[in-house]
Design a protein around this ligand. Structure first.
Ligand code: AMP
Ligand code: DBH
Length: 559
Protein backbone atom coordinates (compact mmCIF):
# COMPACT_ATOMS: atom_id res chain seq x y z
CA UNK A 1 0.00 0.00 0.00
CA UNK A 2 1.41 3.42 -0.83
CA UNK A 3 1.97 5.80 2.04
CA UNK A 4 -0.76 8.20 0.88
CA UNK A 5 -3.36 5.43 0.99
CA UNK A 6 -2.73 5.06 4.68
CA UNK A 7 -4.06 8.50 5.51
CA UNK A 8 -7.58 8.67 6.81
CA UNK A 9 -10.19 10.02 4.44
CA UNK A 10 -11.72 13.38 5.27
CA UNK A 11 -13.38 16.28 3.47
CA UNK A 12 -10.60 18.69 2.54
CA UNK A 13 -10.78 22.44 2.20
CA UNK A 14 -10.84 23.57 -1.45
CA UNK A 15 -7.27 24.05 -2.72
CA UNK A 16 -7.61 27.78 -3.20
CA UNK A 17 -8.77 28.40 0.37
CA UNK A 18 -6.16 26.02 1.77
CA UNK A 19 -3.47 27.92 -0.12
CA UNK A 20 -4.72 31.22 1.22
CA UNK A 21 -4.68 29.91 4.80
CA UNK A 22 -1.08 28.80 4.23
CA UNK A 23 -0.08 32.07 2.58
CA UNK A 24 -1.46 33.99 5.56
CA UNK A 25 0.57 31.85 7.94
CA UNK A 26 -2.45 30.27 9.60
CA UNK A 27 -1.46 26.80 8.48
CA UNK A 28 2.24 26.25 9.02
CA UNK A 29 2.67 22.62 8.09
CA UNK A 30 3.55 21.78 11.68
CA UNK A 31 2.23 18.84 13.71
CA UNK A 32 0.51 19.41 17.06
CA UNK A 33 3.45 17.66 18.73
CA UNK A 34 5.69 20.58 17.72
CA UNK A 35 4.47 22.42 20.81
CA UNK A 36 6.28 19.88 22.99
CA UNK A 37 9.54 19.95 21.08
CA UNK A 38 9.45 23.73 21.18
CA UNK A 39 9.19 23.75 24.98
CA UNK A 40 11.88 21.11 25.36
CA UNK A 41 14.25 22.96 23.02
CA UNK A 42 13.70 26.18 24.92
CA UNK A 43 16.13 25.30 27.74
CA UNK A 44 16.18 26.00 30.63
CA UNK A 45 12.39 26.12 30.56
CA UNK A 46 12.18 22.48 29.57
CA UNK A 47 12.18 21.58 33.25
CA UNK A 48 9.16 23.80 33.79
CA UNK A 49 6.07 22.00 34.99
CA UNK A 50 3.68 21.08 32.19
CA UNK A 51 1.07 19.18 34.23
CA UNK A 52 0.03 18.94 37.85
CA UNK A 53 -2.13 15.89 38.54
CA UNK A 54 -2.89 15.24 42.19
CA UNK A 55 0.45 14.92 43.97
CA UNK A 56 2.31 14.26 40.71
CA UNK A 57 3.79 16.82 38.43
CA UNK A 58 5.30 16.35 34.99
CA UNK A 59 7.89 18.60 33.40
CA UNK A 60 7.81 19.30 29.68
CA UNK A 61 10.78 16.99 29.26
CA UNK A 62 8.94 14.18 31.05
CA UNK A 63 5.75 14.76 29.10
CA UNK A 64 7.69 14.62 25.85
CA UNK A 65 9.84 11.64 26.84
CA UNK A 66 7.00 9.52 28.22
CA UNK A 67 4.86 10.11 25.14
CA UNK A 68 7.85 9.18 22.96
CA UNK A 69 8.26 5.93 24.91
CA UNK A 70 4.62 4.98 24.44
CA UNK A 71 4.89 5.95 20.77
CA UNK A 72 8.00 3.79 20.33
CA UNK A 73 6.35 0.79 21.96
CA UNK A 74 3.27 1.19 19.78
CA UNK A 75 5.46 1.49 16.69
CA UNK A 76 7.32 -1.67 17.73
CA UNK A 77 3.94 -3.33 18.05
CA UNK A 78 3.19 -2.52 14.42
CA UNK A 79 1.10 0.60 14.81
CA UNK A 80 1.62 3.25 12.18
CA UNK A 81 0.31 6.33 10.43
CA UNK A 82 -3.35 6.05 9.50
CA UNK A 83 -4.32 3.75 12.37
CA UNK A 84 -7.05 4.80 14.76
CA UNK A 85 -7.54 4.48 18.52
CA UNK A 86 -10.40 4.88 20.93
CA UNK A 87 -9.37 6.49 24.19
CA UNK A 88 -11.40 7.05 27.33
CA UNK A 89 -9.55 8.56 30.26
CA UNK A 90 -10.58 10.88 33.09
CA UNK A 91 -8.76 14.14 33.86
CA UNK A 92 -5.34 12.62 34.49
CA UNK A 93 -1.87 13.41 33.14
CA UNK A 94 -2.02 10.20 31.10
CA UNK A 95 -4.69 11.76 28.90
CA UNK A 96 -2.10 14.19 27.47
CA UNK A 97 0.75 11.66 27.48
CA UNK A 98 -1.43 9.31 25.41
CA UNK A 99 -2.68 12.09 23.15
CA UNK A 100 0.84 13.18 22.20
CA UNK A 101 2.06 9.57 21.91
CA UNK A 102 -0.68 8.70 19.44
CA UNK A 103 0.03 11.84 17.42
CA UNK A 104 3.72 10.92 17.32
CA UNK A 105 2.85 7.58 15.70
CA UNK A 106 0.22 9.12 13.44
CA UNK A 107 -2.59 7.18 15.13
CA UNK A 108 -5.76 9.29 15.09
CA UNK A 109 -7.69 8.95 18.34
CA UNK A 110 -11.28 9.53 19.27
CA UNK A 111 -11.11 10.82 22.84
CA UNK A 112 -14.40 9.77 24.40
CA UNK A 113 -15.65 11.66 27.42
CA UNK A 114 -15.33 9.81 30.71
CA UNK A 115 -19.09 10.19 31.18
CA UNK A 116 -19.68 8.23 28.00
CA UNK A 117 -21.08 4.77 28.34
CA UNK A 118 -21.31 1.58 26.28
CA UNK A 119 -23.50 3.07 23.54
CA UNK A 120 -21.19 5.96 22.72
CA UNK A 121 -18.05 3.82 22.85
CA UNK A 122 -19.64 1.16 20.63
CA UNK A 123 -20.75 3.79 18.15
CA UNK A 124 -17.33 5.46 17.96
CA UNK A 125 -15.67 2.07 17.59
CA UNK A 126 -18.02 1.13 14.79
CA UNK A 127 -17.16 4.34 12.97
CA UNK A 128 -13.37 4.24 13.27
CA UNK A 129 -12.70 0.51 13.86
CA UNK A 130 -9.86 1.19 16.31
CA UNK A 131 -6.76 -1.01 16.41
CA UNK A 132 -6.13 0.27 19.91
CA UNK A 133 -8.31 0.96 22.92
CA UNK A 134 -7.01 2.84 25.94
CA UNK A 135 -9.36 2.98 28.91
CA UNK A 136 -9.29 3.22 32.67
CA UNK A 137 -10.06 0.89 35.55
CA UNK A 138 -11.68 3.94 37.15
CA UNK A 139 -14.59 3.59 34.69
CA UNK A 140 -17.35 1.19 35.78
CA UNK A 141 -17.30 -0.48 32.34
CA UNK A 142 -13.67 -1.53 32.71
CA UNK A 143 -13.27 -1.71 36.50
CA UNK A 144 -12.85 -5.49 36.46
CA UNK A 145 -10.01 -5.31 33.94
CA UNK A 146 -11.74 -8.15 32.10
CA UNK A 147 -11.04 -7.97 28.39
CA UNK A 148 -13.47 -10.69 27.35
CA UNK A 149 -16.64 -8.60 27.78
CA UNK A 150 -18.98 -7.95 24.87
CA UNK A 151 -18.04 -4.29 24.44
CA UNK A 152 -14.32 -4.88 24.03
CA UNK A 153 -14.99 -7.90 21.85
CA UNK A 154 -17.24 -6.01 19.46
CA UNK A 155 -14.83 -3.08 19.45
CA UNK A 156 -12.33 -5.45 17.93
CA UNK A 157 -9.18 -3.55 19.02
CA UNK A 158 -6.02 -5.66 18.79
CA UNK A 159 -4.52 -4.02 21.82
CA UNK A 160 -6.32 -2.91 24.98
CA UNK A 161 -4.35 -0.92 27.55
CA UNK A 162 -5.95 0.03 30.84
CA UNK A 163 -4.85 2.82 33.13
CA UNK A 164 -4.66 1.73 36.75
CA UNK A 165 -3.74 -1.85 35.88
CA UNK A 166 -0.35 -3.33 36.73
CA UNK A 167 1.59 -5.62 34.42
CA UNK A 168 2.34 -5.74 30.74
CA UNK A 169 -1.05 -4.47 29.58
CA UNK A 170 -1.27 -1.64 32.08
CA UNK A 171 -0.88 1.82 30.59
CA UNK A 172 1.81 2.71 33.17
CA UNK A 173 4.09 0.01 31.76
CA UNK A 174 3.74 1.37 28.23
CA UNK A 175 4.59 4.88 29.37
CA UNK A 176 7.39 3.71 31.63
CA UNK A 177 11.17 3.58 31.25
CA UNK A 178 12.59 1.40 28.47
CA UNK A 179 15.66 -0.86 28.28
CA UNK A 180 16.58 0.57 24.92
CA UNK A 181 16.37 4.13 23.76
CA UNK A 182 12.98 4.85 22.22
CA UNK A 183 14.83 6.28 19.23
CA UNK A 184 15.82 2.72 18.29
CA UNK A 185 12.24 2.02 17.33
CA UNK A 186 11.15 5.43 16.11
CA UNK A 187 7.52 6.08 15.46
CA UNK A 188 7.13 7.10 11.84
CA UNK A 189 4.45 9.69 12.47
CA UNK A 190 3.13 12.23 12.97
CA UNK A 191 0.84 12.32 10.00
CA UNK A 192 1.40 15.27 7.65
CA UNK A 193 0.01 18.51 9.06
CA UNK A 194 -2.82 18.68 6.53
CA UNK A 195 -4.04 15.16 7.36
CA UNK A 196 -6.34 14.05 10.20
CA UNK A 197 -4.62 14.37 13.58
CA UNK A 198 -7.56 13.21 15.67
CA UNK A 199 -11.34 13.20 15.80
CA UNK A 200 -13.25 15.67 17.89
CA UNK A 201 -16.74 14.78 19.16
CA UNK A 202 -19.87 16.54 18.04
CA UNK A 203 -22.59 17.31 20.57
CA UNK A 204 -24.82 16.05 17.82
CA UNK A 205 -28.46 16.11 16.94
CA UNK A 206 -28.73 12.76 15.21
CA UNK A 207 -29.16 9.13 16.26
CA UNK A 208 -25.45 8.37 15.96
CA UNK A 209 -22.84 10.61 17.57
CA UNK A 210 -20.81 12.18 14.77
CA UNK A 211 -17.04 12.51 14.51
CA UNK A 212 -15.20 15.61 13.40
CA UNK A 213 -11.85 15.14 11.66
CA UNK A 214 -9.39 17.81 12.81
CA UNK A 215 -6.06 18.30 11.07
CA UNK A 216 -2.81 19.40 12.76
CA UNK A 217 -2.84 22.57 10.65
CA UNK A 218 -6.33 23.70 11.51
CA UNK A 219 -6.30 22.74 15.18
CA UNK A 220 -2.89 24.23 15.90
CA UNK A 221 -3.99 27.46 14.27
CA UNK A 222 -7.09 27.58 16.48
CA UNK A 223 -4.89 27.06 19.54
CA UNK A 224 -2.31 29.69 18.54
CA UNK A 225 -4.94 32.26 17.70
CA UNK A 226 -6.77 31.54 20.98
CA UNK A 227 -3.50 32.13 22.84
CA UNK A 228 -3.08 35.53 21.21
CA UNK A 229 -6.59 36.57 22.17
CA UNK A 230 -6.47 35.23 25.71
CA UNK A 231 -2.92 36.39 26.43
CA UNK A 232 -1.40 33.04 27.39
CA UNK A 233 2.28 32.76 28.23
CA UNK A 234 4.72 30.83 30.40
CA UNK A 235 3.08 32.55 33.39
CA UNK A 236 -0.27 30.84 32.65
CA UNK A 237 -1.45 28.38 35.30
CA UNK A 238 -4.62 26.86 33.91
CA UNK A 239 -7.09 24.76 35.86
CA UNK A 240 -8.63 22.09 33.63
CA UNK A 241 -11.87 21.28 35.42
CA UNK A 242 -14.08 20.41 32.44
CA UNK A 243 -13.63 16.99 30.78
CA UNK A 244 -10.14 17.08 29.24
CA UNK A 245 -11.11 15.87 25.73
CA UNK A 246 -13.79 18.53 25.29
CA UNK A 247 -12.89 21.10 22.66
CA UNK A 248 -13.20 24.01 25.11
CA UNK A 249 -10.65 22.89 27.74
CA UNK A 250 -8.49 21.26 25.07
CA UNK A 251 -8.15 24.10 22.60
CA UNK A 252 -9.90 27.34 23.53
CA UNK A 253 -7.05 27.86 24.43
CA UNK A 254 -7.27 25.08 26.99
CA UNK A 255 -4.50 22.65 27.81
CA UNK A 256 -3.00 22.70 24.32
CA UNK A 257 -2.87 26.49 24.47
CA UNK A 258 -1.00 26.20 27.75
CA UNK A 259 1.50 23.68 26.33
CA UNK A 260 2.01 25.89 23.28
CA UNK A 261 2.70 28.83 25.62
CA UNK A 262 4.91 26.91 28.07
CA UNK A 263 2.57 27.32 31.06
CA UNK A 264 1.20 24.79 33.54
CA UNK A 265 -2.01 22.74 33.42
CA UNK A 266 -3.47 21.81 36.80
CA UNK A 267 -5.99 18.98 36.59
CA UNK A 268 -9.22 18.89 38.59
CA UNK A 269 -11.47 15.86 38.76
CA UNK A 270 -14.60 17.94 38.33
CA UNK A 271 -15.60 21.62 38.31
CA UNK A 272 -17.14 21.72 41.80
CA UNK A 273 -15.93 24.40 44.24
CA UNK A 274 -14.78 21.66 46.65
CA UNK A 275 -12.47 20.16 44.03
CA UNK A 276 -11.36 23.42 42.45
CA UNK A 277 -10.94 26.13 45.10
CA UNK A 278 -8.14 24.36 47.00
CA UNK A 279 -6.34 23.66 43.71
CA UNK A 280 -6.60 27.30 42.65
CA UNK A 281 -5.12 28.38 45.98
CA UNK A 282 -2.42 25.71 46.17
CA UNK A 283 -1.17 26.07 42.60
CA UNK A 284 -1.76 29.81 42.08
CA UNK A 285 -4.10 29.15 39.18
CA UNK A 286 -4.75 32.29 37.13
CA UNK A 287 -7.02 30.97 34.35
CA UNK A 288 -9.83 28.46 34.09
CA UNK A 289 -12.84 27.64 31.95
CA UNK A 290 -16.27 26.58 33.14
CA UNK A 291 -19.76 25.86 31.87
CA UNK A 292 -22.58 28.05 33.30
CA UNK A 293 -23.93 25.59 35.93
CA UNK A 294 -20.45 25.30 37.45
CA UNK A 295 -20.21 29.10 37.53
CA UNK A 296 -23.45 29.17 39.54
CA UNK A 297 -21.98 26.70 42.03
CA UNK A 298 -18.83 28.81 42.37
CA UNK A 299 -20.93 31.93 42.94
CA UNK A 300 -23.09 30.19 45.54
CA UNK A 301 -19.99 29.02 47.39
CA UNK A 302 -18.51 32.51 47.32
CA UNK A 303 -21.77 34.06 48.47
CA UNK A 304 -22.10 31.59 51.34
CA UNK A 305 -18.55 32.15 52.56
CA UNK A 306 -16.80 35.39 51.59
CA UNK A 307 -13.42 34.00 52.74
CA UNK A 308 -13.52 31.95 49.55
CA UNK A 309 -12.45 35.10 47.72
CA UNK A 310 -9.00 34.76 49.25
CA UNK A 311 -8.73 31.18 47.95
CA UNK A 312 -9.36 32.52 44.45
CA UNK A 313 -7.01 35.49 44.78
CA UNK A 314 -4.67 34.32 41.98
CA UNK A 315 -7.48 33.82 39.46
CA UNK A 316 -7.52 36.66 36.95
CA UNK A 317 -9.66 35.33 34.11
CA UNK A 318 -12.67 33.02 34.08
CA UNK A 319 -13.79 31.78 30.67
CA UNK A 320 -17.40 30.66 30.40
CA UNK A 321 -18.89 28.78 27.48
CA UNK A 322 -20.61 25.64 26.27
CA UNK A 323 -24.07 27.02 26.95
CA UNK A 324 -25.66 30.41 27.28
CA UNK A 325 -24.57 32.36 30.34
CA UNK A 326 -27.44 34.31 31.90
CA UNK A 327 -26.72 38.02 32.17
CA UNK A 328 -27.61 38.10 35.86
CA UNK A 329 -25.02 35.40 36.53
CA UNK A 330 -22.41 37.12 34.36
CA UNK A 331 -22.74 40.32 36.37
CA UNK A 332 -21.94 38.60 39.65
CA UNK A 333 -18.63 37.13 38.53
CA UNK A 334 -16.33 40.07 39.12
CA UNK A 335 -17.82 41.19 42.46
CA UNK A 336 -18.04 37.70 43.95
CA UNK A 337 -15.13 35.81 42.43
CA UNK A 338 -12.81 38.76 41.95
CA UNK A 339 -11.80 37.90 38.38
CA UNK A 340 -12.65 39.02 34.88
CA UNK A 341 -15.11 37.15 32.68
CA UNK A 342 -14.52 36.05 29.11
CA UNK A 343 -17.45 34.55 27.22
CA UNK A 344 -16.60 31.78 24.76
CA UNK A 345 -19.03 30.49 22.18
CA UNK A 346 -17.43 27.61 20.37
CA UNK A 347 -18.04 24.28 18.77
CA UNK A 348 -15.98 21.15 18.25
CA UNK A 349 -16.69 21.60 14.55
CA UNK A 350 -14.56 24.75 14.50
CA UNK A 351 -15.68 28.36 14.91
CA UNK A 352 -14.83 29.85 18.28
CA UNK A 353 -15.96 33.32 19.40
CA UNK A 354 -14.41 35.20 22.29
CA UNK A 355 -15.16 38.45 24.03
CA UNK A 356 -11.84 40.27 24.09
CA UNK A 357 -9.92 41.11 27.25
CA UNK A 358 -10.08 44.81 26.40
CA UNK A 359 -13.84 44.83 25.72
CA UNK A 360 -16.09 47.05 27.82
CA UNK A 361 -18.02 45.22 30.53
CA UNK A 362 -21.34 45.54 28.74
CA UNK A 363 -20.00 43.68 25.70
CA UNK A 364 -18.57 40.96 27.91
CA UNK A 365 -21.81 40.55 29.81
CA UNK A 366 -24.26 40.80 26.90
CA UNK A 367 -22.56 38.93 24.05
CA UNK A 368 -20.88 35.62 23.38
CA UNK A 369 -17.97 37.29 21.60
CA UNK A 370 -16.81 37.61 18.03
CA UNK A 371 -15.04 35.11 15.76
CA UNK A 372 -11.41 34.68 16.71
CA UNK A 373 -9.94 34.67 13.20
CA UNK A 374 -10.08 37.48 10.66
CA UNK A 375 -10.65 34.68 8.16
CA UNK A 376 -13.71 33.24 9.87
CA UNK A 377 -16.61 33.86 7.52
CA UNK A 378 -19.99 34.16 9.18
CA UNK A 379 -23.39 34.42 7.53
CA UNK A 380 -26.65 34.80 9.37
CA UNK A 381 -29.52 33.56 7.28
CA UNK A 382 -33.29 33.49 7.50
CA UNK A 383 -35.41 30.42 6.82
CA UNK A 384 -35.33 31.06 3.10
CA UNK A 385 -31.52 31.18 3.18
CA UNK A 386 -31.26 34.95 2.73
CA UNK A 387 -29.12 37.19 4.92
CA UNK A 388 -31.16 38.68 7.77
CA UNK A 389 -31.37 42.45 8.25
CA UNK A 390 -28.75 43.77 10.68
CA UNK A 391 -29.64 42.98 14.28
CA UNK A 392 -32.20 40.32 13.37
CA UNK A 393 -31.89 36.71 14.54
CA UNK A 394 -30.95 34.04 12.04
CA UNK A 395 -29.18 30.73 11.57
CA UNK A 396 -25.41 30.79 11.96
CA UNK A 397 -23.46 29.58 8.92
CA UNK A 398 -19.68 29.61 8.94
CA UNK A 399 -16.51 28.51 7.21
CA UNK A 400 -12.89 29.30 7.88
CA UNK A 401 -9.34 28.12 8.56
CA UNK A 402 -10.28 25.84 11.46
CA UNK A 403 -13.92 24.97 10.72
CA UNK A 404 -14.26 21.44 9.41
CA UNK A 405 -15.69 20.55 6.00
CA UNK A 406 -17.56 17.35 6.80
CA UNK A 407 -18.35 14.82 9.52
CA UNK A 408 -16.45 11.57 9.20
CA UNK A 409 -18.14 9.20 6.76
CA UNK A 410 -21.54 10.90 6.98
CA UNK A 411 -22.44 12.02 3.43
CA UNK A 412 -26.19 12.25 4.03
CA UNK A 413 -25.85 14.36 7.15
CA UNK A 414 -23.14 16.51 5.55
CA UNK A 415 -25.48 17.26 2.66
CA UNK A 416 -27.93 18.69 5.17
CA UNK A 417 -25.60 20.82 7.28
CA UNK A 418 -23.25 22.24 4.62
CA UNK A 419 -24.30 24.58 1.85
CA UNK A 420 -22.90 24.54 -1.66
CA UNK A 421 -20.14 27.00 -0.67
CA UNK A 422 -18.94 24.87 2.21
CA UNK A 423 -20.53 26.92 4.98
CA UNK A 424 -21.44 24.81 8.01
CA UNK A 425 -24.83 25.47 9.60
CA UNK A 426 -24.28 25.02 13.35
CA UNK A 427 -27.98 24.97 14.21
CA UNK A 428 -27.60 28.01 16.46
CA UNK A 429 -29.81 31.07 16.15
CA UNK A 430 -27.77 34.20 16.70
CA UNK A 431 -27.92 37.97 16.46
CA UNK A 432 -24.86 39.88 15.27
CA UNK A 433 -24.19 43.43 16.45
CA UNK A 434 -22.52 46.10 14.29
CA UNK A 435 -19.10 45.12 15.72
CA UNK A 436 -19.55 41.52 14.61
CA UNK A 437 -20.25 40.18 18.13
CA UNK A 438 -22.72 37.32 18.35
CA UNK A 439 -25.44 36.70 20.89
CA UNK A 440 -26.93 33.22 20.94
CA UNK A 441 -30.71 33.55 21.06
CA UNK A 442 -31.92 30.05 20.31
CA UNK A 443 -31.36 26.79 18.50
CA UNK A 444 -32.69 25.03 15.42
CA UNK A 445 -31.02 21.68 16.00
CA UNK A 446 -32.85 18.91 17.81
CA UNK A 447 -30.54 18.97 20.80
CA UNK A 448 -30.79 19.61 24.51
CA UNK A 449 -27.95 21.65 26.00
CA UNK A 450 -27.90 20.44 29.59
CA UNK A 451 -25.54 22.97 31.12
CA UNK A 452 -23.00 22.50 28.33
CA UNK A 453 -23.51 18.75 27.97
CA UNK A 454 -25.19 18.18 24.64
CA UNK A 455 -27.88 15.53 24.18
CA UNK A 456 -29.08 14.55 20.72
CA UNK A 457 -32.84 14.06 21.11
CA UNK A 458 -33.03 11.38 18.44
CA UNK A 459 -30.42 9.21 20.12
CA UNK A 460 -32.37 9.02 23.39
CA UNK A 461 -35.73 8.68 21.61
CA UNK A 462 -34.40 5.68 19.67
CA UNK A 463 -33.35 4.05 22.92
CA UNK A 464 -36.72 4.73 24.58
CA UNK A 465 -38.48 3.14 21.61
CA UNK A 466 -36.68 -0.11 22.39
CA UNK A 467 -38.83 -0.40 25.50
CA UNK A 468 -41.66 -2.84 24.77
CA UNK A 469 -44.32 -0.62 26.36
CA UNK A 470 -43.31 2.63 24.60
CA UNK A 471 -44.91 3.35 21.25
CA UNK A 472 -43.84 6.97 20.77
CA UNK A 473 -41.18 9.16 22.35
CA UNK A 474 -40.07 12.76 22.03
CA UNK A 475 -37.25 14.33 24.04
CA UNK A 476 -37.36 18.09 24.48
CA UNK A 477 -35.65 20.68 26.64
CA UNK A 478 -37.31 22.22 29.67
CA UNK A 479 -36.07 25.32 31.46
CA UNK A 480 -34.00 24.78 34.58
CA UNK A 481 -32.63 27.47 36.85
CA UNK A 482 -29.21 25.86 37.39
CA UNK A 483 -28.61 23.83 34.27
CA UNK A 484 -30.25 26.27 31.86
CA UNK A 485 -31.99 23.30 30.28
CA UNK A 486 -32.89 19.82 31.37
CA UNK A 487 -34.49 17.06 29.34
CA UNK A 488 -38.09 15.95 29.38
CA UNK A 489 -39.26 12.79 27.60
CA UNK A 490 -42.85 12.77 26.41
CA UNK A 491 -43.92 9.18 25.87
CA UNK A 492 -46.94 7.26 24.67
CA UNK A 493 -47.16 3.91 26.42
CA UNK A 494 -49.29 0.79 26.57
CA UNK A 495 -48.45 0.46 30.27
CA UNK A 496 -49.97 3.41 32.16
CA UNK A 497 -48.23 2.53 35.44
CA UNK A 498 -44.74 2.78 33.94
CA UNK A 499 -42.35 4.43 36.39
CA UNK A 500 -39.58 6.90 35.59
CA UNK A 501 -37.25 4.88 37.78
CA UNK A 502 -37.82 1.78 35.67
CA UNK A 503 -37.33 3.70 32.45
CA UNK A 504 -34.04 5.19 33.61
CA UNK A 505 -32.89 1.76 34.68
CA UNK A 506 -33.87 0.45 31.27
CA UNK A 507 -31.89 3.18 29.49
CA UNK A 508 -28.88 2.57 31.71
CA UNK A 509 -29.01 -1.13 30.93
CA UNK A 510 -28.86 -0.24 27.25
CA UNK A 511 -25.64 1.69 27.88
CA UNK A 512 -27.01 5.23 27.72
CA UNK A 513 -24.76 7.74 29.50
CA UNK A 514 -26.04 9.10 32.80
CA UNK A 515 -26.26 12.73 31.63
CA UNK A 516 -28.54 11.69 28.76
CA UNK A 517 -31.17 10.04 30.98
CA UNK A 518 -34.34 12.16 30.82
CA UNK A 519 -34.72 14.35 33.90
CA UNK A 520 -38.46 14.01 33.62
CA UNK A 521 -41.04 11.81 31.91
CA UNK A 522 -44.52 12.84 30.88
CA UNK A 523 -47.10 10.37 29.61
CA UNK A 524 -49.45 11.50 26.85
CA UNK A 525 -52.27 9.69 25.06
CA UNK A 526 -50.72 10.82 21.75
CA UNK A 527 -47.91 13.14 20.72
CA UNK A 528 -49.06 16.40 19.13
CA UNK A 529 -48.30 16.70 15.41
CA UNK A 530 -47.56 19.68 13.18
CA UNK A 531 -49.49 20.35 10.00
CA UNK A 532 -46.89 18.42 7.99
CA UNK A 533 -47.14 15.42 10.29
CA UNK A 534 -43.94 15.89 12.35
CA UNK A 535 -43.93 15.65 16.12
CA UNK A 536 -44.65 19.16 17.35
CA UNK A 537 -41.61 19.64 19.59
CA UNK A 538 -42.13 23.35 19.88
CA UNK A 539 -45.61 22.62 21.26
CA UNK A 540 -44.15 20.08 23.69
CA UNK A 541 -41.49 22.51 24.90
CA UNK A 542 -44.14 25.15 25.49
CA UNK A 543 -46.32 22.64 27.27
CA UNK A 544 -43.65 21.55 29.75
CA UNK A 545 -42.39 25.10 30.28
CA UNK A 546 -45.93 26.23 30.96
CA UNK A 547 -46.75 23.42 33.35
CA UNK A 548 -43.46 23.96 35.21
CA UNK A 549 -44.21 27.66 35.50
CA UNK A 550 -47.68 27.03 36.85
CA UNK A 551 -46.43 24.08 38.97
CA UNK A 552 -49.08 21.78 37.60
CA UNK A 553 -46.49 19.32 36.51
CA UNK A 554 -46.83 17.23 39.63
CA UNK A 555 -50.19 15.96 38.46
CA UNK A 556 -48.57 14.02 35.65
CA UNK A 557 -46.11 11.18 35.72
CA UNK A 558 -42.91 12.89 36.67
CA UNK A 559 -39.85 12.44 38.78
P1 AMP B 1 -20.58 20.82 20.42
O1 AMP B 1 -21.25 20.46 19.12
O2 AMP B 1 -20.73 19.82 21.49
O3 AMP B 1 -19.18 21.20 20.21
O4 AMP B 1 -21.37 22.08 20.99
C1 AMP B 1 -21.34 23.31 20.37
C2 AMP B 1 -22.62 24.02 20.65
O5 AMP B 1 -22.67 24.43 22.03
C3 AMP B 1 -22.81 25.29 19.88
O6 AMP B 1 -23.24 25.06 18.57
C4 AMP B 1 -23.85 26.00 20.74
O7 AMP B 1 -25.13 25.46 20.49
C5 AMP B 1 -23.45 25.61 22.15
N1 AMP B 1 -22.61 26.64 22.79
C6 AMP B 1 -21.28 26.63 22.97
N2 AMP B 1 -20.87 27.73 23.62
C7 AMP B 1 -21.97 28.49 23.86
C8 AMP B 1 -22.20 29.75 24.48
N3 AMP B 1 -21.19 30.48 25.02
N4 AMP B 1 -23.46 30.22 24.52
C9 AMP B 1 -24.48 29.52 23.99
N5 AMP B 1 -24.33 28.31 23.39
C10 AMP B 1 -23.09 27.79 23.32
O1 DBH C 1 -19.58 23.92 23.58
C1 DBH C 1 -18.57 23.79 22.90
O2 DBH C 1 -18.40 22.84 22.12
C2 DBH C 1 -17.45 24.79 23.05
C3 DBH C 1 -17.58 25.85 23.93
C4 DBH C 1 -16.54 26.77 24.06
C5 DBH C 1 -16.29 24.64 22.31
O3 DBH C 1 -16.15 23.61 21.44
C6 DBH C 1 -15.25 25.56 22.44
C7 DBH C 1 -15.38 26.63 23.33
O4 DBH C 1 -14.13 25.39 21.70
Amino acid sequence: MSQSNRFLPYTRWPTELAESYRAKGHWRGEPLTAMLSRQCDAAPDATATAIVCGERSLSYVELDASSTRLAARLARHGFRVGDTALVQLPNVAEFYQVFFALLKVGIAPVNALFSHNRLELASYAEQIRPRLFIGSLAHPLFASGDRSGELLQTMGAELVLLDGEGGALGLAHWLGEMDVSPTQTPAHGPSPADEVAFFQLSGGSTGTPKLIPRTHDDYLYSVRRSNEICGLGPHTRYLCALPAPHNFPLSSPGALGVFEAGGTVVLAQDPSPTSCFPLVARHSVNLTSLVPPAVSLWLQAAEADPSVRSQLASLTLLQVGGAKLAEAVARKIRPLLGCRLQQVFGMAEGLVNYTRLSDPDEKIIHTQGSPMSPDDEVRILDEAGNPVSPGQPGALHTRGPYTFRGYYQSPAHNARVFDSEGFYCSGDLVVQDPDGYLTVVGRQKDQINRGGEKIAAEEVENQLLHHPAITQAALVSMPDSTMGEKSCAFIVTTEPGLKALILRKFLRSRGVAEFKLPDRFEILAALPMTAVGKIDKKGLRERIAHSLASSQADSTFTV
